[in-house]
Design a protein around this ligand. Structure first.
Ligand code: FAD
Ligand code: NAP
Length: 321
C-alpha cells in the first residue's frame, strides 16, 4: 500500500529557505511537512566556516548552523521526511508530490525551496574522473589530497573559499580562472592573494582533465590560454570545479513559469509563483543574492504568503458553504 502524508503546508527542501519557512509555518499552526531531499540541510552542509550569518560573533560551521535550524523547526512542530521527490502534480489542490519510493505527499500549499546544485564544465574527461581526482566540493573531498598538488577552477566566492580551505591539506594550490579578475568578495580576494601556498593562473580554461596512474586517477589538467590559445599542462592530483550552481528546477519544467536561466519566477516582492498556492524561496528563485540569510528571509516570506493564501481560501470556502 502506498504511504500518504497530508498537511496544510508542504515544504520541498531543507536548506535555510525550507527550514525558515518550516519554523514560521509551524508557529502559525500549519503543521508543515518538510521533504528534505538527498542533501538534508542544503548547500551549507558542504562548507566549513560561516562568518556572515547574523547572530554569531564568532565563526560558526555550516553543518552546525543547519543542525540548529532543523532542531528549531522540529522543536516548534515541523515534521522532517527523508525522501527525494521525483514527480509532481500541481494541476489541482491539494498539490501532490511523489517520492522516489512511491510515497505520496500532499499539501494545501506547497513551498518550493530546492536550492541549487554545483555546475560542472561538462567535459568528457571530467565525467570520467569524477570521484577519482575531480570533485565539486573541497570541504567534502579535500582531505583525500593531503600533501598533494591541487587546483580549483572558478573565480567566485566558492572558488576562493575552496582554494583557501585546501591549504589546510595541500602546500601547493592553484586557482585557475578564465578572466583576469575575480568576482569573489574583496576580503576573500585579499586572503587569497596573501596566501603563500596559493598561486593564480589568469585567463586559462580547462580543456581536458588528464588521467593516468594505477589505479587510474587525475594526474594533470590541460589548460588553454584564453588570450593566446596556447596549451599547457598543470601537474595536479586534485581538481575542484567551483564555477557556480544551477537552480534545482528540473521537476518544475512545464508546471511552473521559469525564467531564461531556469530559476522559478515569482511576483516581484512576494514568493508567489505562476500557480496560486505554490510559493518559491531561496536560491531556486534568487539568482542575484544567493546567501543563507537571504534564503532564510525569503523562506519566512513564503510561510507568511502561505498563511495568507490559506486564510483567504478558508474564508472563500466558508462563504460558499
Ligand atoms: P539549498 O541550501 O541549496 O537547499 C536545497 C534543499 O532542497 C536541499 O535540502 C535538497 O536536499 C533539497 N532538494 C532539492 N531537490 C529536491 C527534491 N527533488 N526532493 C526533495 N528535496 C530536494 N551563504 C552565506 O550566506 N554564507 C556563506 O558563508 C556561504 N558559504 C557557502 C559555501 C559553499 C561551498 C556554497 C556552495 C554556498 C555557500 N553559501 C553561503 C550560499 C548558501 O549556502 C545558499 O545561498 C543557501 O544554502 C541557499 O539555501 P536554500 O535553502 O535556498 O537551498
Ligand atoms: P558565482 O559567483 O556564480 O561564480 C562562478 C565563477 O565561476 C565565476 O568566476 C565564473 O567566471 C566562473 N565560471 C562559470 N562558468 C565557467 C566555466 N564554464 N568555465 C570556467 N569558469 C566558469 O558562483 P559561486 O562562487 O559558487 O557563488 C554562488 C553564490 O553563493 C554567490 O552569490 C556567492 O556570493 C555565494 N557564496 C557566498 C559565500 C560567502 O558569502 N562567504 C561563499 C560561497 C558562495 P566569470 O567570473 O568569468 O563569470
Amino acid at each position: 500500500m502506498v504511504a500518504t502524508h497530508s498537511t496544510r503546508m508542504l515544504i520541498l527542501g531543507s536548506g535555510p529557505a525550507g527550514l525558515s519557512a518550516a519554523i514560521y509555518g509551524a508557529r502559525a499552526g500549519l503543521a508543515p511537512i518538510v521533504v528534505q531531499g538527498i542533501q538534508p540541510g542544503g548547500q551549507l552542509t558542504t562548507t566549513t566556516d560561516v562568518e556572515n550569518y547574523p547572530g554569531f560573533k564568532d565563526v560558526i560551521q555550516g553543518p552546525w548552523l543547519m543542525e540548529q535550524m532543523q532542531a528549531q523547526a522540529e522543536h516548534v512542530g515541523a515534521q522532517m521526511m527523508w525522501d527525494q521527490i521525483v514527480e509532481i502534480d500541481l494541476s489541482r489542490r491539494p498539490f501532490r508530490l511523489i517520492g522516489d519510493g512511491g510515497t505520496v505527499y500532499s499539501g494545501d500549499v506547497l513551498v518550493i525551496a530546492t536550492g541549487a546544485q554545483a555546475r560542472w564544465l561538462n567535459l568528457p574527461s571530467e565525467e570520467h574522473l569524477k570521484g577519482r581526482g575531480v570533485s565539486a566540493c573541497a570541504t567534502c573531498d579535500g582531505f583525500f589530497y593531503r600533501g598533494k598538488k591541487v587546483a580549483v577552477i572558478g573565480g567566485g566566492n566558492t572558488a576562493v573559499e575552496e582554494a583557501l580551505y585546501l591549504t589546510n591539506h595541500s602546500h601547493d594550490v592553484t586557482l585557475i580562472h578564465r578572466r583576469d579578475s575575480l568576482r569573489a568578495e574583496k576580503i576573500l580576494q585579499e586572503r587569497l592573494f596573501k596566501h603563500p601556498n596559493i598561486k593564480v593562473l589568469w585567463n586559462r580554461e580547462v580543456s581536458r582533465f588528464i588521467a593516468g596512474g594505477q589505479p587510474e586517477g587525475l594526474t594533470g589538467i590541460e589548460l588553454r590560454n584564453t588570450r593566446t590559445g596556447e596549451l599547457e599542462r598543470l601537474e595536479v592530483e586534485g581538481g575542484f570545479v567551483a564555477i557556480g550552481h544551477s537552480p534545482a528546477t528540473e521537476l518544475f519544467k512545464g508546471h511552473l513559469a521559469l525564467d531564461k536561466d531556469g530559476y522559478i519566477q515569482v511576483e516581484t516582492g512576494t514568493t508567489r509563483t505562476s500557480v496560486p498556492g505554490v510559493f518559491a524561496c531561496g536560491d531556486v528563485m534568487d539568482k542575484i543574492y544567493r546567501q543563507a540569510v537571504t534564503a532564510a528571509g525569503t523562506g519566512c516570506m513564503a510561510a507568511l504568503d502561505s498563511e495568507k493564501f490559506l486564510a483567504e481560501a478558508d474564508f472563500e470556502a466558508s462563504e460558499a458553504a
